[in-house]
Design a protein. Structure first.
Lengths: 169, 189
């Protein structure tokens, strides 16, 4: 494998020409287990830099500092902040909740109504008629059940008569 | 700077401050004390007008950590009294029958115990020792740049020096390490 790029980065590192990102590349490269022999001498330096970052203070330190602050009479008012509230302020969250509920109810109600009315309402033939152009309106008006039956009868008789006529011929 | 919260703004900085303090004091309990002082001092000053002008709390705390650590290191240096001075002090005042009274004096052994060494220090002991050979300024620049990955500008702000000074110091530190690495490796270590 070609390690020209890494070698170049190392040279630039020692010349202080590398960016933070390039230095991270070097650390990542050397933290892998297989490093070519000729670069091995630098491996420990970058691994050390990487691992030195993990040197941390324990929980006992936190306790020590916090108890020192407490001993100094400095009780941390971190999570409990005492704040004077007016009557209106106190009920503001409640108002917000009520508003949220109202919105949900209103939207829910209107959706429900839209759904229910659309399923109950009979099919409006006006829409169908306009789709089929101007004269569709007249046709649609003729399309009552009685007319439909009559039309079909007419159709039946005509086809029958065509059949009969062809038989005759 | 907006209102500071101890647990959320200051306490999370402890590790970074500790690592910088440790680079300067080279002594873990001492470094812990420095960090504790920095955190408490910053917290107590949170309402002062000086604090309102701080833009970067982390840089501010790192600067304070370095200054306190340097103070402590200097004081410790001053405490290192020579043995001659000790016997002189013992002679003063209580001189009866013309014989100097020998005052038993015990000096605490502050060297690091083997079990106090951390894993990374043990594994990369020789690199750690190379770091110790660098002067403090170079160690601090290396710590902030190579270990904490700060930009040149941030390092300059923390150490209160110019950016070009940071680059020069870092260049010297890295070159010194390179030479040390090459000479160490050549000796077959």
């Amino acid at each position: 494998m070609d390690y020209k790029y890494i070698e170049q980065l190392i040279d630039r590192y020692f010349a202080c020409e590398t960016s933070n990102a390039e230095e991270r590349i070097l650390k990542a490269f050397f933290s892998q287990s297989e490093v070519p022999a000729e670069l091995q001498k630098y491996a420990d330096l970058f691994c050390y830099e990487e691992e030195a970052h993990e040197d941390v203070l324990g929980e006992d330190f936190d306790q020590r500092v916090l108890s020192r602050l407490e001993a100094d009479g400095d009780v941390l008012e971190l999570h409990v902040k005492v704040k004077k509230m007016t009557f209106a302020e106190r009920f503001r969250p409640l108002g917000r909740a009520a508003a949220a509920v109202a919105i949900v109810v209103l939207i829910g109600g209107s959706i429900h109504r839209a759904y229910v009315t659309s399923s109950i309402e009979p099919i409006n033939q006006d829409g169908y008629a306009t789709l089929n152009g101007g004269d569709g309106l007249e046709k649609a008006k003729d399309q009552t059940p009685v007319n439909a039956v009559l039309d079909n009868e007419k159709l039946a008789t005509t086809t029958d008569s065509i059949g009969e006529a062809s038989k005759v011929n | 700077m907006k209102e500071i919260d101890f647990r959320h703004d200051l306490l999370p900085l402890k590790d970074k401050l500790f690592r910088l303090a440790l680079r300067i004091t080279l002594d873990r309990p001492e470094a812990e004390d420095v960090v504790e002082d920095v955190l408490v001092k910053t917290w107590e000053m949170r309402n002062s007008p000086e604090m309102q002008e701080i833009k970067n709390l982390e840089s501010y705390c790192l600067t304070m950590t370095r200054n306190l650590a340097l103070d402590r290191a200097a004081k410790k240096e001053a405490q290192n009294v020579s043995l001659d001075e000790l016997t002189d002090a013992g002679q003063g005042g209580t001189e009866d029958e013309g014989r100097p009274k020998i005052v038993p004096f015990q000096i605490a052994d502050t060297s690091v115990l083997p079990d106090q060494r951390l894993e990374y220090e043990e594994k990369y002991q020789w690199v750690h020792d190379l770091f110790l050979q660098l002067p403090e300024k170079q160690r601090s620049v290396m710590q902030l740049r190579d270990i904490e990955e700060h930009s040149y500008q941030e390092v300059a702000e923390i150490l209160q020096i110019t950016e070009s000074d940071v680059k020069v110091t870092l260049f010297r530190a890295r070159q010194a390490l390179k030479q040390l690495i090459l000479s160490t490796k050549r000796n077959g270590l």
